[in-house]
Write a protein that binds this ligand. Structure first.
Ligand SMILES: [Zn+2]
Length: 406
């Protein structure tokens, strides 16, 4: 089961297998809501700006990129009309001329390899797109720096998330605005026990207790509706967990897990959002472990390989998911003074189908004997639950301010 799933998550074909440092692969896709452009970079994350002008969107890359595959390209589509390359010695401009039906452009980043994704959407598109990813209009070539998808770690003693982006370009949402419904997912359950501590503590029991604490905290302090994917010791498939969240039209999906490592000194919390490639070997191994549950369905055949990344519902929400992950990680570090293991990305199957911001929190290492003792302590678990509740409160406030609800 495990191997095909990971094979499925390899980079999309169509990009050269290896790119030189100054090479950029460029891909255009027509999607239901408009047009998508993916820039994949061989080298590290470049300095770049995205500007929306009257009839075009300009991506300015600092430096000269010699291997962009097109100098110009006509699409003659109502949203994206044509592409033109304007290369200078110090910077490279990619000009995307928009068509009469163009409404908004959103962008987000993906890592390993670094990719910049632009989504050109129709006017008054009702498609669900990431909140806060809208690029403000500018009338001149004045630069607008797009916030990176993975924000820089916040300054010490500053649990606040990055400032809200402008509300310009936010699409009409097909559902009630704000954060009203939250699904909390207690990892594992039933015969599928999850990770196990040296004294026999089981991940499935900790996650259920945590989910109930988080539910109580969110209900009490935010007055939101909180649904659990399981409220007893029973097995639920990974697909069903996300299906519950989608069916309930949840505004947030939080999956709670407990980490395991062969290194018994590994400690601390980790917050993840989805990527089709893991940020490092540890994350890859962890995702494999969490994905390898009973009930993982056979993935589609290899013929669909190229479609996989963009078939993932969650790919539309990565920007918001990364902000939520950053806030949770920051609060866990501040409140518990536990070692930061940072925000990471990995191909967790339980996050893939979620049509809302979604994160997975590994609250500690059950394989570390000291942490296993702490995880058995209800007060300790309550502090972690409260840190997560506080993070959701911060996220909710930011989203609702952005939507003009506060
Ligand atoms: Zn787990």
């Amino acid at each position: 089961m495990l191997v095909p799933l990971l094979t499925l998550l390899l980079p999309t074909p169509g990009f050269p297998l290896s790119l030189r440092e100054d090479e950029v692969a460029l891909r255009f896709q027509s999607v239901a809501q408009g047009s998508r452009v993916i820039l994949e970079f061989a080298g590290p994350r470049p300095n770049y700006q995205v500007e929306k002008e009257a009839n075009r969107v300009v991506v300015t890359l600092q430096g000269s990129f010699h291997s962009i595959p097109y100098k110009s390209k006509n699409f003659n589509e109502p949203i994206l009309a044509r592409f033109k390359l304007d290369r200078g010695s110090r910077q490279t401009d990619l000009l995307f001329y928009t068509g009469p039906e163009f409404g908004t452009v959103t962008s987000f980043e993906m890592t390993a390899p670094f990719r910049l994704v632009l989504e050109f959407q129709k006017k008054e598109s009702r498609a669900a797109v990431p909140l806060g990813a809208g690029i403000p209009d500018v009338t001149s070539r004045q630069a607008v720096q797009v916030a990176p998808a993975i924000p820089a770690p916040p300054a010490e003693h500053s649990p606040q998330p990055p400032p809200a982006a402008g509300a310009a370009g936010l699409p009409v949402q097909p559902k009630a605005p704000g954060i009203q419904v939250i699904v909390v997912d207690a990892g594992h359950g039933g015969v599928e026990v999850g990770a196990k501590g040296s004294t026999g503590l089981l991940e499935k029991d900790i996650t259920l207790d945590m989910a109930k604490r988080i539910q109580a905290g969110l209900t009490k302090s935010l007055g939101v509706r909180v649904i659990l994917t399981r409220d007893s010791d029973k097995q639920v498939s990974l697909d069903d967990r996300t299906a519950i969240a989608n069916h309930e039209r949840a505004d947030l999906f939080l999956s709670i897990h407990v980490n395991a490592s062969r290194a018994d000194k590994a400690r601390g919390a980790e917050t993840y959002f989805l990527s089709y490639q893991a940020t490092d070997g540890e994350s890859r191994a962890l995702a494999a472990l969490e994905n390898n549950t009973i009930g993982v369905e056979t993935p589609p055949g290899n013929s669909e390989l190229g479609l996989v990344l963009w078939d993932l519902a969650q790919s539309h929400y990565l920007s918001e998911s990364s902000k939520l992950a950053e806030t949770i990680q920051s609060n866990l570090n501040d409140l518990l003074r536990i070692e930061s293991r940072g925000v990471k990305q990995a191909p967790f199957k339980v996050l893939m189908g979620a049509t809302m911001p979604a994160v997975l929190v590994e609250i500690g290492f059950i394989t570390n004997p000291e942490e296993e003792v702490r995880l058995k302590d209800g007060d300790y678990r309550e502090r972690i639950a409260q840190a997560i509740v506080q993070s959701v409160a911060t996220f909710k406030e930011r989203v609702e301010k952005q939507q003009g609800l506060r």
